[in-house]
Each structure stands twice: as structure tokens, then as C-alpha cells.
Design a protein around this ligand. Structure first.
Ligand code: SAM
Length: 269
């Protein structure tokens, strides 16, 4: 587990409140989290016992999606927004295993992501980490480090995986999506996953999860689909995560955990 005695405050890291990136690290069974994050997850488990599985489904679709984007779709540039703490099978590892020349920019507003990401990526010249807020997409698009690795004349894979549900409606997630997709050329792709209020259980989970963190809200499947407006939504559309181009058989009956997040990929015409 992360060393709580270290002077994290000097890096802008608050160890007294749970952070999104660190609680996600807890449910991915990572080591870069603090007591306050683990206590938060203990509360969530009471209402969503499958939360560890949900995190795994999200990581799995991230891998399948990036493999598709670097493989069949032939993309070589990835802008991964709300990238989280570096962990196994991160976007750059998946993309560069398909095409070594793939360039990846990770963007996250939690300083712990940069603290851990810098060390990990020090020897990878095609990958970088930027600390920025997705609610300010213009700043991200103008960021020197983003411009260094991403050529906006060439198609870009824009990843908003597991992040938009952290935005409240007045933080305008649609504007974020549109600003980013307006800046990239035809052939670019948008990849979104989001917590989804598709059942009463999911709504109960939302009250607990978003209520405790104080960020954003779960969206309905229709609201998530609307984020892709103007783009060509690829098969199978916006679906529960395990149903998006699965690698193997999927269960006949989906549990609440299977349906707690939805996702999809679309191409800019
Ligand atoms: N994309 C990774 C994945 O799906 O495995 C990580 C998702 S994690 C659940 C969400 C990440 O979004 C966290 O690392 C959090 O710090 C980041 N995040 C939340 N709000 C953000 C914002 N306004 N700007 C940038 N990053 C944000």
C-alpha cells in the first residue's frame, strides 16, 4: 500500500479524502491507495457487492476497445482522458503491442496519476502524462505536451473511459465530447464507458457512490448514446460492458454488476 507517512501534500495529494483515481485503484486491487480510499470502497461494497467485478469489466473493455482501435481501425494516436493510475494493460501497452509506433497521451486531473505515471513512462518516448481537467477541453487541446505527441491532422482515438459519470450536468459532458471531437479529423474514434442508471439497483448504487464522492451522476443508456450524436456508432452500439465485442462467451443472464456500466465506440465520418 502507498506510504501514508510520505509528504504527499507537497505533490498536491490529499490523503484525508478519497480520490476517484485511488478508489478505482482499490477496486482494481492495486497498491497506490490510502486508508481513506479503502474505507470508501468498503462502504460501496455494502451496496454494490460486485463493484470489484465492475472495475474489472471496465478494464477489460478498455483493453478490447484499444486493441480494436489500434488493430482493425488502424489508429496510431490515443488521447486517454481520465486515464487513472497506471496499472497492468494500460492503453499504451495495449496499443503499442498492436503497433509499436502508437502514441499515447494520458490526461488526468489527479496529481497522483502524474506522480506514478512519470516514473513508469520515463523510458517510453511515445507516451506521456498530462495533469489537466477534462472540463476544460480547450486547454487540453492546446497543451504543449498533447501537441507534441498528437498530430491533429491525423485520426485520433479519443478515450473517455470511466470518467463522464464524474461530471455533473452543469459541467456539460456533451460540450466536452463535442469540443474534443470537433478538434479531430474524419476517421477519428470516440470510446466512452460510463456508469449507467439502467435499473433501480443501479440508481441505489448511484446514491451511495456519487453521493459519497460528490461528483457527477449515472446516465441512462439513451443519455450515453446521445454523447455519440453525429458519429457512426459501431456495432453492437452502447451496451453493458461485457457485451461489447466480448472475447469469449457471455452469461445468458446479466447481473446488476454486468449492467452497471455501459459503453460504446463510434467513428467520426
Ligand atoms: N480510464 C481509466 C479506466 O477506465 O480504467 C480510469 C478510470 S477512473 C474510474 C476515472 C479517472 O478520471 C480517475 O483517475 C480520475 O482522477 C479522473 N477524473 C475524474 N474527473 C476528472 C476531470 N474532471 N478531469 C480529468 N480527470 C478526471
Amino acid at each position: 500500500m502507498a506510504d501514508e507517512q510520505y509528504d504527499w501534500a507537497s505533490l498536491g495529494i490529499d490523503v484525508t479524502k478519497p480520490s476517484i483515481a485511488r478508489t478505482y485503484d482499490v477496486v482494481l486491487r492495486g497498491k497506490d491507495n490510502f486508508e481513506v480510499d479503502r474505507a470508501f470502497v468498503d462502504e460501496i461494497v455494502k451496496i454494490v457487492p460486485e463493484i470489484y467485478d465492475v472495475a474489472a469489466y471496465n478494464r477489460q473493455i478498455l483493453g478490447r476497445g484499444v486493441r480494436y482501435l489500434a488493430g482493425e481501425a488502424g489508429l496510431r494516436q490515443f488521447l486517454d482522458l481520465g486515464s487513472g493510475l497506471p496499472t497492468v494493460q494500460n492503453t499504451h501497452q495495449v496499443a503499442q503491442s498492436v503497433a509499436a509506433e502508437s502514441r499515447v497521451v494520458y490526461v488526468d486531473n489527479d496529481p497522483i496519476v502524474l506522480a506514478h505515471g512519470r516514473a513508469l513512462l520515463a523510458e517510453n518516448e511515445r507516451t506521456t502524462v498530462v495533469t489537466a481537467d477534462v472540463r476544460e477541453p480547450e486547454e487540453i487541446l492546446a497543451h504543449e505536451e498533447v501537441r507534441r505527441l498528437i498530430d491533429f491532422e491525423q485520426p485520433v482515438a479519443v478515450l473517455l473511459v470511466g470518467i463522464l459519470h464524474h461530471l455533473h450536468d452543469d459541467e456539460k459532458p456533451q460540450r466536452v465530447v463535442d469540443t474534443l471531437m470537433d478538434a479531430v479529423p474524419s476517421g477519428s474514434h470516440l470510446f466512452i464507458t460510463s456508469f449507467c442508471a439502467s435499473s433501480q439497483e443501479a440508481v441505489d448504487a448511484e446514491v451511495q457512490y456519487q453521493g459519497l464522492l460528490g461528483t457527477g451522476r449515472f446516465r441512462t443508456p439513451e443519455e450515453i448514446e446521445r454523447w455519440f450524436a453525429g458519429l457512426e456508432l459501431l456495432e453492437p452500439g452502447v451496451v453493458p460492458l461485457p457485451l461489447w465485442r466480448p472475447d469469449g462467451p457471455v452469461p445468458n443472464e446479466l447481473t446488476v454488476g454486468h449492467r452497471l456500466m455501459y459503453g460504446g465506440v463510434a467513428r467520426k465520418p
